[in-house]
Design a protein around this ligand. Structure first.
Ligand SMILES: [Zn+2]
Length: 181
């Protein structure tokens, strides 16, 4: 599975820098991450109320997640810009981790970044996410992981709007939106 996803990683990472000129057509030989095929399973580790850590091996995650969500959540793949279901979504509600159900973002913190990925200026609570230095591909970036299950969600940048100035640049496939009742 790792080898199969390497081309996706190298090509799509270039697009995460919000250059507003993504060329998705040039990468047609990639296997695209397709979150329309992302059937979220509410497996036994999935919970929207239990915030205790989920630490299970990737071999188990592979049985719980769709192939595309596994590639992003456990192997840090990146979906192509403008292909996910939430990049320009404007519904009112809460975004949960698609892997474990942990609450991550409120729609009030979502903003139109123009990058092609759903972007937020803050997480729903500080511990909802954790951060990790990512120096892959000769870039110095900060990776954002789910605070409960360590799923890769995306990266955070310093070019976001007030009040935080942060841009949580997330993969749509890593998120599950629940509208307000
Ligand atoms: Zn999670």
């Amino acid at each position: 599975m790792l080898l199969r996803n390497l081309p996706i990683l190298s090509l799509t990472l270039l697009l995460m820098h919000c250059n507003n000129h993504p060329d998705t057509s040039a990468h047609s030989h990639d296997r695209p991450i397709n979150d329309m095929n992302n059937e979220i399973k509410h497996h036994k580790y999935y919970s929207r109320t239990d915030t205790s850590k989920v630490t299970i091996p990737d071999s188990v995650w592979a049985t719980l997640l769709s192939d595309d969500l596994y590639a992003v959540a456990r192997e840090a793949a990146t979906e192509r810009a403008f292909t996910g279901k939430y990049w320009d979504y404007e519904g009112n509600g809460t975004y949960y981790c698609a892997a474990c159900g942990n609450a991550l973002f409120r729609s009030e913190s979502k903003f139109a970044s123009g990058c092609g990925w759903p972007s937020f200026f803050e997480s729903i609570r500080p511990a909802a996410v954790v951060y990790k230095a990512d120096n892959s591909y000769n870039m110095i970036r900060t990776e954002v992981l789910c605070g409960r299950c360590d799923a890769h969600l995306g990266h955070i940048f310093d070019d976001g709007p007030p009040p935080t100035g942060k841009r949580f640049c997330m993969n749509s496939i890593s998120l599950e939106f629940e509208p307000l009742p």
